[in-house]
Each structure stands twice: as C-alpha cells, then as structure tokens.
Design a binder for this molecule. Sequence first.
Ligand SMILES: Nc1ncnc2c1ncn2[C@@H]1O[C@H](COP(=O)(O)OP(=O)(O)OP(=O)(O)O)[C@@H](O)[C@H]1O
Ligand SMILES: [Mg+2]
Length: 476
Amino acid sequence: MPENRKHLLLVEDEAPLREALAERLAGHGFEVEQADTGERAIDQLAEFAFDIVITDLRLPGIDGTRVLETALSRYPDIIGIIVTGYGTVKDAVEAIKRGASDFVTKPFQFDELLHALSSALERRRLKSENAYLRSQLEERYSFEGIVGRSRAMRDLFQLLETVAGTASTILITGETGTGKELVARAIHQNSPRRAQRFVALNCGAIPETLLEAELFGHVRGAFTGAIGTRQGRLEQAHRGTLFLDEVGTMSPGLQMKLLRVLQEREFERVGDSHTIKVDVRVIAATHSDLTRMVAAGEFREDLFYRLNVIPIQIPPLRERKEDIPLLVQHFLEKFCDADAQAAGRPNGQEAPRHAGLAPMTVSQQAMRCLMAYAWPGNVRQLENAIERAVALRGGRTQIEAADLPPEMLDPSEPTGGPDLIFPDDGIDFERYVSKIERELIARSLERTGGNKGQAARLLNLKRTTLVEKIKRLEGR
Ligand SMILES: Nc1ncnc2c1ncn2[C@@H]1O[C@H](COP(=O)(O)OP(=O)(O)OP(=O)(O)O)[C@@H](O)[C@H]1O
Ligand SMILES: [Mg+2]
C-alpha cells in the first residue's frame, strides 16, 4: 500500500555509503530520497513532508544538527535519526536533547539503524494511539492488580496497555514502594512474551564483582570460586523479559557492557570469548534521578537514552492521595482473605463462610489519618499498615485509628494546611473551621504558657479578637 510507505530523507555526503543505505532501506519498504549536502536536504524538506530524516552529523557546509533543527521546526512529529562518527557521540546526545529520536555510531550494522528506526516509529505510533485510546476507552481503576484512580494512575494503565505489546526497552522510575516491580511484572504478563520467563535482577543487592557473572554467566575457572559453567540472567531471560532493578547502581564498566547488550543483543560469558545472541526485552527500574546522575557523570548518557526508550514515572503516593481509599480497600480484601484462609487451616476445615463475607471497613477517623499521612514508604508502607491493622483489630469488623501505627496519628497532621481532607460526601464547613481554630488557639496558648497577649501575637490576631474567639468556641 503506497500510502503506508514511510517517506525518508537520507542525508550523507559519502556517496557509496549513502547509496548502499538507500538501497537497503528501500528494500525494507521505505520511500527514500537522498541528499548529499545539508543545503540540499533543507531544500528538500521545504518541498516535502517527510516522515523520517536520517542525517550524518558531519557534513560539509551546513551540518546535520542544522538539518535536524530545520526538519523539527517544520514538522514537529518528524523522526530524526543521527548518524555519527565515534568522536562525536556527545554531539549526537546533544541532538537527542533537541528532539532527535535516536542515533547510531559509525561504523554500524544496518540492523542497528533498522532497530533505531523501528523503535522510533513504534514510539510515534504509541503516542498517537495513546491519545486515541484515552478518548475512546472507558477508564479503568485497575490493571493486573495495580490499583488507582488518580489521573496519573489511569494514564499509566493506558500506557501499560499499549507498551505491553511491544518489545521496546522501558525505564521505570519512582520512589521506593511505589510499585515499580509490580508494573514491570504487569507489562510482562500482558506481553507476547508472557509464556516465557520474567527474570529479575537487583543490581543494587549484589557486589559489583558478582553482578557481572550473575548477569552474563561465567565459564569454569573464570574467577576464584567459579567451579562450573553457569548461565547468566540474560540467557535465562531469552525470549522473555529481564527486569534490571536499581540500574543506577551499576559500575561504569558494567554500564558499558549493558549498553552493548541493548545495542547489539549480544554478549560473552565471563571468562569466555564465545559470543552469545539473546532476544530479551529489558525493563529497568530506579529510584534515583538518572538525569541528575548523567549530569554528574555518574551514569552513561548513551546508556540512559538506550534504557529510556519508553519512560514510565510512578508518582509518590503523597501526590495521588485520591488513590488511598481504593488501595486501602484492596489491601483489606487481600489481608482479610488471607486471614479467613489461615483461620480455616489448623483443623483442616474450610474457613466459616461468613468470615470472608463480613465486609471490613475503616472508620472515618482512621481514613482521615491515612489520607493526611505523608507516606515516605509509599504503597508498600500503606500495605504494611493495613496488614498490621487487620491483625490488631481482634474481632472487630472496623479498623480504628488506634489500629494504625503511631506515626500516622500525629495530631498536627489531620488539620495541616496543604493536606486538608475533603471527603467525597462533603463536609460540615462551620464545624471543620471551628476545629482548626480551636486547635490553633490551643497550640498558641500551650506555646505561651496560657498568655493570651503573646498567643494573639503568634496568631497575628488582636488580643480582643482572640478573647472573643475563645469565648465563642467555648460556647459551642
Ligand atoms: N498501585 C498499586 N496497587 C496495588 N498494590 C500496589 C500498588 N503499588 C504498589 N503495590 C504493592 O506495594 C508493594 C511494593 O511494590 P513494589 O515492590 O513493586 O515497589 P518498588 O517500587 O519496586 O519498591 P522498591 O523501590 O523499594 O523496590 C508490593 O506489595 C506491591 O504489590
Ligand atoms: Mg522494587
């Protein structure tokens, strides 16, 4: 179908290379136009809306950076791929920052270029499909056991739905306990690779020297203690998914080796020279700010771009408090089921039927504490708090504030400004405001040992106003 063919402008001054590439690209279904200088490329861009521009960075006269800039300013959705010599990787990375989709370093295998092209096309397709899905699909509040109703989580579910079907590399970022591993598993479970293995490796938990062998495997005698030959996680994940957790902790040497795996899908076992090819989908996760680490020279920039093909950011729980009631419900069900099962086990009987049916609830006061808390440990901490509360509740079917860990009961929190609680079914305005007034006044008096004049000053009120307020509040 001619309409489906992508129009590609290939800018390269070395004629033999250009012609060879053009021929192979045409063989892969691209409609290719060639330009031997930047000037000519800019003219061609002015006349035709290409889908893709592949440009050498170093050209006589106008260089590839300018070509790319012109292309992007004319067609913001155009896919720009940079071809660069070995010494100019920095410039290529610079070009990515300005909007290029990817780069390949000379000399390169044609497959590398093709891979860069297809993942860029894939990303563009996802972008438009995602916008389409959002407008079409009924929004859902869960995906593979991931629960949430906040805008951020609903967007995440839609993104997961679309990326699961691809083989693109994914980088998941989020604070501890936000659900990075849960998300990685959900992607695998929904991918065509689901019948194969999901292999997880926590790069932060293994000493550097062992990590390499763990990832790539080793042969007998590769290092002290290497008694036999062992497969690494990469090989175990062949045709499946490799989850690289805490990828930010990798040493520079390993970062380089991982880069090669991502670019060429090949590696050698430690102590061996035989090259092994693998087909793995890589999902990486980190709680560190990799962009900052790149800026500080602690993480390879090129590796970052290879990992960050599809970025997924999971916001901390404190930024999506509307998810808390749903998560609480989810964990209540989880732990009550576990409870009911455990209760049935000792004498081999089934749990009494009503045990699973009695709906567990959370008192409004307990819910207020849960909503007001800052959750430094995010969803994992919430999960633990609910598990604890279920265990402490005894025979009650309602969780009370007293069942929560003490740090969640800080009285300064529930009325704290930015964390104002506003329940779905509304609020008694007058009472709520009085409650805040009462608390502020009590605190100021506490602080000043009951001195109303000083307390008024702390509150920025006239003394008489404060006295009036105290009278009015006492009258209630
Ligand atoms: N949105 C969610 N819905 C349901 N359960 C969740 C959600 N997010 C996290 N969890 C649960 O919280 C716990 C922590 O999640 P997970 O291990 O995926 O976090 P993480 O981001 O990998 O944390 P860390 O950085 O500490 O490794 C798990 O038990 C997970 O099932
Ligand atoms: Mg984790």
